[in-house]
Design a protein around this ligand. Structure first.
Ligand code: ATP
Ligand code: MG
Length: 404
């Protein structure tokens, strides 16, 4: 016997009545995308669950990929059998033997959608459980906290027997809720902010400011490596790399030192907002967390945010550094972020930036110089790189990227 399918449960998004059809369609597409190497596998979607019909494809590899897919509450490898008690018993035994280790306990959780089936749930639990007890030496029943929970579902068309329940990523299907520009530095925070937004279904394009020769090629590569870690969640991530040297040098010359950081952030935000408009995105995401550093006080946010009305999403705003680091570790960006290369902001950061900058003052300081040509130049010279989810997929994934 073999697992012939993977059962996928949707979770949270099933609550969203109005959008449900849309989400299910997106999830199906996204799952089809990760399956493109497994040509025989097929996806069947129903209103409450989805099946990947394996047709001989390896379920372990597919399950590894499913861990990156947003919109899945949990999934389980499963077997479909005719509604025949002997077949059901054998399938349940197979499921137990797949993961059984000496000392393990088990339970049968029968569910019956087809009420005409000859056994009710209690009888099923007993009939199937007895078969396991007879055939697996030393196994015991534990209904409260079993090591192995075999779910036996009698549906109208057939019986489905599934084992280990693997937690999915949750959230909403990738790219199901519009696009936003992610301000991506090489730091720990902004990749996590991007990830959390992606998890809510936001499609992201990253914007990175670099200042050669003050920042090196390796600092830029660091950001592309971070983007490569985010890409598997949506298939690909576009990174817009903005040359920022002229602007930073000018700020250094023109703006009083205490306000240079505020000015830098305002310029970054102006450029990001223009790129947002150009690429038809709806919002801007950054990695700010209240109170972390000088630029992240509320006074600072007020002075910086002043340059645009575009919604700025700050997924990390109330999070502790520890929580952020934990997520960075989970999505595997932490080690890259910890690489020691210089960041364009730290290089020009004065020893004591104003933690409570005044909006009127920064407006006055900025008004002494015509920034428009510099901003336009930076936007014109922006280079765009498409980072795909890595490996072989980099070449062959192309045809499928549009599926998202
Ligand atoms: P991070 O770890 O994301 O760098 P941080 O806590 O170090 O965040 P700052 O360096 O003050 O905070 O940056 C605040 C936010 O501004 C970042 O999270 C990011 O969204 C944006 N940002 C900073 N530097 C850059 C950059 N060079 N390019 C693009 N965005 C940037
Ligand atoms: Mg930083």
């Amino acid at each position: 016997m073999k697992y012939d399918r993977i059962l996928i449960r949707y979770g949270e998004m099933t609550l969203k009545g109005r959008n449900r059809k849309h989400f299910i369609r997106m999830l199906k597409k996204n799952i089809q995308y990760i399956l493109y190497k497994f040509r025989n596998a097929k996806v069947e979607a129903a209103h409450d669950r989805m099946y990947i019909i394996l047709n001989g494809e390896p379920y372990e590899q597919i399950m590894t990929k499913l861990r990156h897919v947003f919109g899945i509450q949990s999934f389980s490898p499963a077997v479909k059998t005719p509604k025949d008690i002997e077949e059901i018993r054998n399938a349940a035994l197979f499921v137990v033997q797949k993961t059984y280790e000496p000392g393990n306990t088990f339970k049968i959780s029968a569910r019956r959608a087809d009420k005409t089936f000859e056994y009710d749930t209690n009888e099923l639990n007993h009939a199937v459980g007895a078969h396991i007890l007879i055939n697996v030496e030393g196994i015991r029943v534990n209904v409260k906290k079993p090591d192995i929970n075999v779910v036996v579902e009698i549906r109208h068309d057939a019986a489905y027997i599934s084992g280990e329940i693997i937690q999915g990523r949750g959230g909403f299907p990738a790219r199901s809720s519009g696009k936003a520009m992610l301000m991506l530095s090489g730091g720990i925070d902004s990749p996590v902010a991007g990830y959390l937004a992606m998890k809510r279904g936001v499609d992201i394009e990253a914007v990175h400011f670099h200042s050669p020769p003050y920042t090196s090629e390796r600092a830029k590569q660091k950001v592309l490596d971070i983007a490569a870690k985010l890409a598997p969640f949506t298939g690909r991530v576009k990174v817009h790399i903005v040359p920022f040297t002229n602007i930073q040098e000018t700020i250094h010359k023109v703006i009083p030192e205490g306000y240079s950081m505020t000015a830098t952030r305002r310029m970054m935000l102006r450029i990001t907002d223009e790129l947002r408009e150009k690429h038809e995105a709806l919002a801007i995401i950054n990695g700010e967390s209240l109170g972390q550093v000088a630029s992240q006080t509320m006074e600072s946010m007020l002075a910086i945010n002043d340059v645009t009305n575009t919604p700025i999403l700050r997924p990390l705003i109330a999070m502790d550094k520890n929580e952020i680091i934990q997520i960075a570790r989970d999505i595997d960006t932490l080690d890259i972020s910890n690489r020691p290369y210089e960041d364009c902001c730290t290089i020009f950061t004065p020893p004591a930036p104003k933690t409570r900058p005044k909006r009127e003052k920064i407006i006055e300081y900025e008004s002494k110089f015509d920034w428009k040509p510099l901003l336009s130049e930076a936007i014109d010279q922006t280079e765009t790189v498409v980072v795909k989810s890595g490996g072989i997929e980099q070449e062959t994934g192309e045809d499928h990227a549009h599926l998202f």
